[in-house]
Design a protein. Structure first.
Length: 158
């Protein structure tokens, strides 16, 4: 008896939302089909535009972007730029850095991407080879060396 009661209750609670959705969908379709064409048309209008100039909204966006750029740890970008094998390709908004590393002998290109997440207080790192299956641990050692150098730059150990 208990099994039948549980099965019936489960069926009702599983079927009720689907039945409600089907009925409400049919009601919306009926209302749209019965509405005159004038009521179904949607018009888009421009409410307001941002004025250019020093007091406009665009200058505030630029100022916010500049403040984000100032927050990116300069030592991290400097550490990447100091490596002779590295070339900074892109640095956006102060929270993203993309660099290319070239190997000395075969000139393989590896990508290093850094994204600063200020809310979490971390820098996400991605370092990967563009070709092949294995880099023989080069990217891992590069990231570990960058981590050590960054930690020493922030907290110099005597």
């Amino acid at each position: 008896m208990l099994v039948v009661l549980v099965a019936a209750t489960s069926f009702v609670f599983a079927a009720a939302p689907r039945l409600f959705n089907r009925v409400s969908d049919d009601a919306v379709r009926y209302a749209v089909n019965q509405a005159p064409a004038v009521q179904r048309n949607i018009s888009l209008a421009l409410a307001d535009a941002l004025p250019p100039g020093p007091n406009g909204g665009v200058s505030q966006v630029r100022a916010y972007g500049d403040s984000l750029a100032a927050r990116f740890p300069p030592t991290l970008a400097a550490l990447v730029a100091a490596d002779p094998a590295a070339r900074i390709v892109e640095q956006r908004s102060g929270i993203y850095l993309h660099a290319e590393y070239r190997s000395r002998w075969l000139h393989f290109v590896d990508d290093l991407e850094l994204v600063a997440d200020e809310e979490a207080g971390v820098v996400h790192v991605r370092s990967a080879s563009r070709r092949g299956w294995s880099d023989l641990g080069v990217n891992r050692r590069r990231v570990e060396a960058l981590h050590r150098a960054f930690a020493e730059a922030i907290l110099p150990i005597p």
